[in-house]
Design a protein around this ligand. Structure first.
Ligand SMILES: CCCCC/C=C\C/C=C\C/C=C\C/C=C\CCCC(=O)SCCNC(=O)CCNC(=O)[C@H](O)C(C)(C)COP(=O)(O)OP(=O)(O)OC[C@H]1O[C@@H](n2cnc3c(N)ncnc32)[C@H](O)[C@@H]1OP(=O)(O)O
Length: 226
């Protein structure tokens, strides 16, 4: 089953995780800067060709040893996990902006973040799919923080005004819940106020319900988004 592959139990200690984060965090930031430079650099084409050869050498060096698929999420017994490969928050993912999301147990989540050139859609503006990506994550975080984790069943976005590249904020909260379903709402706020509003339905999946029914999920509610 896919989830059996993707959901690992954490074996590393807090100290080991902190030591690894101290190295891979800045490493990923360096690759993020490379992605930005790939878009914006105006050096001449010979210089680009030379840089490509260096990048290919680095990729070869890194892929000498690697895991077979995605990073997955590694969970601890307290229900928290590290989603270092996640496309929005992943510490090891240079595609992630990344967002650092603050949560409240009442089911609220928020993040201040910056989106630069790699996230452009219309000129100077954030791609609508990127806005949806971020809202999906932040709404999902709000649901998880409130002890009601789930997979996104539906996500509706209303784009109220264009979202400029630059400094932004995302906020989300649980609106209502019923059984295995949790509805969360949220928004992106730009320099001129809210730019996009979202409503999402998060559903505790069948496999998770079955695990809970089998008594395999003990302790605090799983919060799969931290
Ligand atoms: C041990 C405890 C573990 C607890 C963990 C729980 C959840 C954590 C899971 C993942 C989180 C991990 C990492 C998060 C990372 C990023 C988060 C960002 C969010 C995402 O990026 S996430 C990816 C996009 N997301 C998908 O990839 C979903 C694909 N899909 C499915 O995984 C299933 O489709 C699912 C789970 C949605 C439902 O599957 P299911 O088998 O549980 O559903 P089932 O048939 O039992 O229906 C039960 C009731 O939900 C209604 N219902 C079903 N589906 C619906 C839908 N789509 N819309 C509206 N209502 C729906 C039925 O109508 C029925 O309603 P009613 O009871 O009222 O009749």
């Amino acid at each position: 089953m896919a989830e059996a592959r993707a959901f690992h139990t954490e074996t590393a200690t807090d100290e080991e995780i902190a030591a690894e984060a101290a190295v891979v965090g800045p490493f990923t930031d360096a690759v993020r800067a490379l992605v930005d430079a790939t878009i914006r650099s105006t050096v001449d084409l010979d210089e680009i060709r030379a840089a490509q050869a260096e990048i290919e050498a680095i990729t070869e060096r890194l892929t000498k040893e690697q895991i077979p698929g995605g990073y997955g999420v590694r969970y601890r017994t307290d229900g928290t996990g590290r989603a270092w490969g996640n496309a929005v928050i992943g510490l090891r993912n240079p595609i992630a902006p990344p967002l650092t999301i603050s949560t409240e147990p009442s089911g609220r989540a928020s993040a201040d973040f910056r989106l630069g050139a790699p996230y452009e859609g219309p000129p100077g503006l954030v791609h609508g799919g990127v806005i949806s990506l971020i809202l999906d994550q932040v709404l999902g975080h709000a649901a998880g923080a409130g002890g009601r984790p789930g997979m996104t069943g539906t996500l509706t976005i209303r784009y109220r005004q264009a979202t400029p590249l630059g400094e932004l904020r995302a906020e989300a909260w649980i609106d209502r819940a019923e059984g295995i379903k949790t509805w969360a709402k949220g928004r992106i706020i730009g320099p001129d106020g809210p730019t996009a509003e979202a409503e999402g339905l998060f559903i505790l999946p069948r496999w998770a319900r079955e695990r809970i029914a089998r008594g395999e999920s003990k302790g605090p509610s799983p919060k799969y988004f931290e």
